[in-house]
Design a binder for this molecule. Structure first.
Ligand SMILES: Nc1ncnc2c1ncn2[C@@H]1O[C@H](COP(=O)(O)OP(=O)(O)OP(=O)(O)O)[C@@H](O)[C@H]1O
Ligand SMILES: CC(=O)N[C@H]1[C@@H]2OC[C@@H](O2)[C@@H](O)[C@@H]1O[C@H](C)C(=O)O
Length: 365
């Protein structure tokens, strides 16, 4: 078993998640500590500007506008996060075999063979003195896959440990939401639609804080059924998997004419309803849905999701002993070890790549 640290800075732009696991790339031997390094408001603002500047990029190594600054910030924030993690957990860097570094997605257009994660893997390896595996999406996209979602290979390892029978779905509600369907050897995955990003962006504009904390605003509002029905008519929602999204693919769907409460309720219902829309496109309707990611901490979203998915059971991953917030970071630790071993990260059922495919680039310190 190797000791691996995974690092994820997701589309919510909230911060860097850190997690240590022990794994041989197949089985999970042990779950280690987890950590988090939030972005300061000015850092988050820089990342938001980077998303805007990335929108016109056509080459994945181009860094116009603010992107070079943003990339330095991402690298530095991840180095800080790991140094802090070493100190807090009294860990020596020599005890860690590899770091899996996702970076920050600023653009995702797989149909143009373009997916761009900023963050300098070589600089991170040099700064930490630990081997770093980075650029984990590019090989899949180059081979014709969606390059996302990548976490299904890890969700499937977690579900195997539960030793359940029958189809199970793991739903990750981050900035974008995605699902992994597991039934025996069958593994199917895709992004389902918005996660928290639309709601976060709306709340930021209305309140100056990029979150509807505990779903409080949404709980007081009324969903605009007409708006929701229209939004759900986008062809993305009836397309079968595999499919993936850029964070801002639905950014033009705004609820700015509504009150804060009604807008939050409508966007929360949009996330739940779009997740439920994947059910009939799976081989069987899952009996059990396990929800992970930040959205699992939003009780209003969880309530609406439970209503939409009934009579199936909806459980939070944290109630099964899974890490609430660090599953994606754990997944990148797991993928780093798989990458070192040349094992596949993506599969025809998860990204649409023609054959199981490995990925990642190794930077030695
Ligand atoms: N208590 C809470 N109440 C409401 N929303 C919450 C709460 N805690 C977290 N969230 C939501 O979860 C988001 C963070 O989710 P997460 O950390 O899974 O995102 P991410 O790592 O960016 O994910 P991804 O890479 O999957 O997009 C926050 O931006 C917020 O919208
Ligand atoms: C391109 C990109 O970074 N996509 C993210 C995003 O956030 C959630 C969803 O959209 C998922 O497809 C992916 O992240 C997770 C970690 C994944 O690849 O599984």
């Amino acid at each position: 078993m190797l000791k691996a640290i995974g690092l994820m800075s997701g589309t919510s732009l909230d911060g860097v998640d850190v997690a240590l696991i022990e794994t041989d790339g197949e089985h999970i031997g042990a779950f280690g500590p987890t950590g988090y390094r939030a972005y300061a408001d000015n850092e988050r603002e820089l990342l938001r500007r980077a998303l805007a500047d990335a929108a016109s990029v056509t080459q994945r190594d181009a860094r116009p506008g603010i992107l070079a600054d943003a990339e330095r910030l991402v690298t530095r924030a991840h180095a800080d996060a790991v140094e802090n993690f070493f100190q807090t957990n009294n860990l020596s860097r020599d005890a860690v075999d590899v770091v899996g570094f996702h970076g920050q997605t600023v653009l995702h257009r797989p149909e143009q063979k373009l997916t761009m994660q900023i963050g300098d893997g070589r600089a991170l390896a040099a700064s930490l003195g630990v081997p770093v595996v980075f650029d984990l999406r590019a090989a899949d996209v180059a081979a014709g896959g969606q390059g996302a979602p990548l976490v299904p290979v890890y969700h499937s390892a977690l579900v195997r440990m539960l030793a359940r029978s029958g189809p199970t779905a793991v739903v990750n509600i981050g900035g974008v939401a995605n699902i992994t369907y597991i039934d025996g050897e069958t593994l199917i995955a895709c992004d389902t639609g918005p996660g928290n990003a639309l709601l976060d962006d709306f709340m930021l504009r209305r309140t100056g804080k990029a979150v509807d904390r505990d779903g409080e605003a949404a709980a007081k509002g009324r969903t605009d059924g007409e708006w929701l029905a229209k939004a759900l008519r986008r062809p993305f929602f009836t397309a079968p998997p595999p499919k993936s999204l850029d964070r801002n693919d639905f950014a033009t769907l705004t609820v700015d004419s509504m009150s804060t409460e009604d807008g939050a309720a409508t966007l929360t219902a949009f996330t739940a309803a779009s997740i439920a829309m994947i059910a009939p496109r799976l081989p069987q309707i899952p009996e059990n849905w396990i929800v992970v990611g930040g959205g699992a901490s939003n009780p209003t979203l969880m309530r609406i999701l439970g209503e939409r998915l009934a009579p199936a059971t909806v459980t939070r991953g944290s109630d099964l002993g899974w890490s609430g917030d660090a599953i994606e970071a754990q997944a990148f630790a797991y993928m780093a070890v798989r990458s070192l071993k040349g094992l596949p990260l993506t599969f025809p059922g998860t990204t649409g790549v023609a054959a199981p495919h490995t990925g990642g680039v190794l930077a030695k310190p």
